[in-house]
Structure formats: structure tokens, C-alpha cells
Design a protein around this ligand. Structure first.
Ligand code: KIV
Ligand code: ZN
Length: 495
């Protein structure tokens, strides 16, 4: 079997997505889950971009043992110095530096020539090698870079000491045969010495997984992926899709170090922490990925699961026989379920979550994995505005009216408003207190399960002074969840 190295960029390319930002503690939680999953490289951030990113790379380097910790830079000396400093505590470290190589990047981004770009690339790799032995170079927009020139760039950076060369299809433009041919061209025309080629494919045309597989079939030995395929715009390549595709086609001779039984819990954790729902029909980890609904399919599956199932759900950690959590479940059952989902809680923290669990279990008959992850979610953050009470009068043939009490930095405020529906009335009441110009740009309510006692997740994007802020909440009462999500967003700019 040929070993394919898995480079996870959930915490860098994934975390760039608006609304998906994590704090350092949450990033450490994700990094430890990635370690458990068996990824080879964790791209932990872009240290020069912000003090928060710098600090996260430092803390992840301390918290994780086996995977290589990678930090992104531009081909700029200052970036490389800051990345090296952030990686100080990593047991295995890599600097990922690079520059745009397509004609449009060279002309419009850098106002440079092809030769100047090669010079800058070589200089960056050599500079990074002064700090670490493992340097990855990315040729940004390689998908739209002419192969002959790309081969010259790759040869130059390998000669300069790059250990891995990343060939990103930054805009998700390539067809699988085209991307595969690009990798083959580089394998055939560059003396790679001991370096390997890496794929990094975006999903703009829905071909990220296909392109990554084409890259592997043509000689790439590292794949850059994210959990649930999150990433810039339409996203990056899904770790779970490529890993399970290679596993399901063992006969092709490729293997990864991923312990696939941790895939489902990693997916839930990332979705929950990043407030990024997984679409129900998402391959491998979507709610319907293993649900057979048509009569013909059900009949076949009952006779033999192989008729319509190419993957055993247990192979990705979906356990239908898991203990059902109810109001009568004890702390130990909750702790065990949390551990399966990749969250380790003890002592006071566990007590706190257990109390919230009991309150939820009173309102909801059975508690699923999403509910549990919600309980350990973002609560407890320091917030300036808190809801004291919310009362809504609504129905058919009546005027919808809401009254709300808010605690703003310790002071009590109350307001009432009517509106076009209960959510509108409640948000108008909030706006009567917070007298700022706030426009709701996006409002998404999603039920997790199926029952009428289900939890509704609300994602809200609001605009204030031309800047967009994201808010999230989850509650069995969707009016309350909507107001909480609105206030979560507002809390990000009030001071
Ligand atoms: O898509 C891309 O080109 C990237 C690089 C920074 C690796 O994310
Ligand atoms: Zn990318």
C-alpha cells in the first residue's frame, strides 16, 4: 500500500470562513480531535494575520504531540519569522510559505514578472529553511497556472529546499482529468528529489474530492482537506470523503493513517463549534448518508445491507446502538457520550453541563449528539447584553406582541413591540432598547431532528456600520433562539 499523508486545514482554510471563528480553547479541542483521528499534519493558523492566530498556533503546538504543526505564511520574511516563533513549542514543525503563480496573480496581485515570482519563491523557501527543516511551498492558483511554468517554479523551490510542494486549485476551476494531468506533468518533468506533491482543491464547481483523488492517482502523496469540507467560499476538500473513497477502493493500493471510527464525532464537533450545519445529504457524515427511504432500497437492505450500502456506518463511528440519553441518565452516561464525541469534561465543568442537560431533557424526550454538543457550546462567554426575560403573545387572529427585559452591563432595560410574527415582534422590542442601525442580512432556522420538541438552531447575519456580524443560538423555543442569535451577533460589536 502507498501511504497518503493527510494534511488537515480545518483550523486555517476552514476557520477563514465568515462566522466560523473559534477561540483558542475551541481550536485546541479541534486539534486534539484531529490528533485522535490520526491526521499527519495540522495547519494551525496564519500567525502573522492576528495575535489570536499567533496564540492559537503556540497553544496547539503545546497541546498536540504526534502530528506535525504547520503555520501558513506569505512569501514575506516577516511572516516567516512570526510563524517560526509561533511554532516554538511544536514537537514537529512545518512552515507553509508560497506565492501566486498564475498569470492573473502575477499581473494583478503582484504586478511582477514570472522570473521575479520564482526569485521570491526561492528566497522565501531558503529563508524558512533557516528556521525549520520541513518547508512546504504553495503555488497559489496552480490550477490555472500553465504547466510548463509551474514545473519551473516547483523545480526551483525543491532545489531551494522545499520538502512538500502544494499544487492548489485555489479557485476550484480544474476538471479532474486536467488536475490529474497537471500532477502527472510535474512528476514527469521535475526532479523532486525527496519532496512530495500535495493536493489542495477547492469546491467551487463541486469537484474538490474528484480532483484530489485524480491528484493521488497521478502521484500526489499528500492531501489537504478539512472536516466537513469547510473552507473559503464553497469550501475545501472533505477529509471524510477522500479518506473513505480511498478506503472503499483498497484495491487501488492507497492507505492513510486515519482512524475512520472517529470521523463522525470529529464532524459533529467541528459543525457544532463552528456553527456550520452539515447538509443532510452530505456524503459520509450527513444525517441521511445511511438512511434508506425508498421501499425498494429498504427491501434490499433488509435482505442484505450490501445491496445499497458501500460503507458500514460503524466504520465512520455512527453507532445506532448508542445508549439513548434521557432525563434519567446519570453523569457517567453523559460523560461517556461526550467522550465519544471528542469532548473530555470533569468536575465542575461536567456538573455545569449536566445541569443544562437535565433542563433540556425535561423539555425534550431524547437527546441526540447535536443537542449534547450544543450544551458544551459557546455558553458562558463574557457578553455585555443578556436576556432577562422574553414574553411573546402570538397566534392566529391576534396581534403578535413581545416584551423583553435586557441586562446591559448590569443595567436593566425593558421594551415592548408588535410585529409581523413573533420573531419580528421580539426583535423590534430588542431594537427599541438597543437604538442602533442594525439590518438582518441572513436568518436561517434549522431543526436538528424531526419531532415537535426538537431544538431549532438559528444562524443570523446582521449588518452594522457596513460590517457583517454573525450570531448563533439553539433552543427548543425558536422565537427565543432567534432573539438569542440576534443578541449574540449584536454582542460582537457593542461595547
Ligand atoms: O487555496 C489556496 O491556494 C490556499 C493556499 C494559501 C494554500 O489556501
Ligand atoms: Zn485554500
Amino acid at each position: 500500500m502507498e501511504r497518503i499523508y493527510v494534511f488537515d486545514t480545518t483550523l486555517r482554510d476552514g476557520e477563514q470562513v465568515p462566522g466560523c471563528q473559534l477561540n483558542t480553547i475551541e481550536k485546541i479541542q479541534v486539534a486534539q480531535t484531529l490528533e485522535l483521528l490520526g491526521v499527519d499534519v495540522i495547519e494551525a493558523g496564519f500567525p502573522v494575520s492576528s495575535p489570536g492566530d499567533f496564540n492559537s498556533v503556540v497553544e496547539i503546538s503545546k497541546a498536540v504531540t504526534w502530528p506535525t504543526i504547520c503555520a501558513l505564511t506569505r512569501a514575506v520574511e516577516k511572516d516567516i519569522e512570526v510563524a517560526a516563533e509561533a511554532l516554538k513549542y511544536a514537537k514537529r514543525k512545518r512552515i507553509h510559505t508560497g506565492i501566486g503563480t498564475s498569470d492573473s496573480h502575477i499581473k494583478y496581485k503582484f504586478n511582477a514578472t514570472r522570473e521575479e515570482i520564482i526569485e521570491r519563491a526561492v528566497k522565501a523557501v531558503k529563508y524558512a529553511r533557516n528556521f525549520v527543516d520541513d518547508v512546504e511551498f504553495y503555488a497559489e492558483d496552480a490550477g490555472r497556472t500553465e504547466n510548463e511554468y509551474l514545473a519551473r517554479v516547483v523545480q526551483a523551490v525543491v532545489n531551494a529546499g522545499a520538502t512538500v510542494v502544494n499544487i492548489p486549485d485555489t479557485t476550484g476551476y480544474c476538471f479532474p482529468d486536467e488536475y490529474g494531468a497537471k500532477i502527472k506533468y510535474l512528476i514527469d518533468n521535475v526532479d523532486l528529489k525527496d519532496a512530495i506533491l500535495s493536493t489542495h482543491c477547492h469546491q467551487d464547481l463541486g469537484m474538490a474530492t474528484a480532483n484530489t483523488i485524480a491528484g493521488v492517482l497521478n502521484g500526489a502523496r499528500q492531501i489537504e482537506v478539512t472536516i466537513n469540507g469547510i473552507g473559503e467560499r464553497a469550501g475545501n476538500t472533505s477529509l471524510e470523503e477522500v479518506v473513505m473513497a480511498l478506503k472503499s477502493h483498497k484495491d487501488r493500493g492507497f492507505d492513510t493513517n486515519i482512524n475512520t471510527q472517529h470521523i463522525y464525532s470529529a464532524s459533529r464537533m467541528v459543525s457544532s463549534l463552528m456553527n456550520m450545519p452539515v447538509q443532510p445529504n452530505k456524503a459520509i457524515v450527513g444525517r441521511n448518508a445511511f438512511a434508506h427511504s425508498s421501499g425498494i432500497h429498504q427491501d434490499g437492505v433488509l435482505k442484505n445491507v450490501e445491496t445499497y450500502e458501500i460503507i458500514n456506518p460503524q466504520d465512520v463511528g455512527i453507532d445506532d446502538n448508542a445508549i439513548v440519553l434521557t432525563a434519567r441518565s446519570g453523569r457517567a452516561a453523559l460523560k461517556n457520550r461526550l467522550a465519544i464525541l471528542g469532548v473530555k469534561l470533569e468536575g465542575e465543568e461536567l456538573d455545569e453541563v449536566y445541569q443544562k442537560f437535565l433542563e433540556m431533557a425535561d423539555r425534550k424526550k431524547s437527546i441526540n449528539d447535536d443537542d449534547i454538543l450544543m450544551l458544551v457550546g459557546k455558553d458562558g462567554r463574557l457578553t455585555r447584553i443578556k436576556i432577562e426575560y422574553l414574553q411573546v403573545l402570538c397566534g392566529i387572529g391576534v396581534r403578535d406582541v413581545a416584551s423583553i427585559g435586557l441586562d446591559i452591563a448590569g443595567e436593566h432595560f425593558e421594551a415592548t413591540a408588535s410585529g409581523n410574527g413573533p420573531v419580528d415582534a421580539a426583535i423590534r422590542a430588542v431594537k427599541n432598547i438597543i437604538r442602533r442601525k442594525i439590518k438582518i442580512k441572513e436568518f436561517l432556522i434549522q431543526a436538528i431532528d424531526h419531532g415537535s420538541d426538537d431544538i431549532g438552531k438559528v444562524h443570523m447575519q446582521v449588518e452594522h456600520n457596513d460590517i457583517h456580524y454573525y450570531g448563533f443560538s439553539a433552543n427548543t423555543d425558536i422565537v427565543a433562539a432567534s432573539v438569542e442569535a440576534f443578541i449574540d451577533a449584536v454582542n460582537k460589536f457593542v461595547n
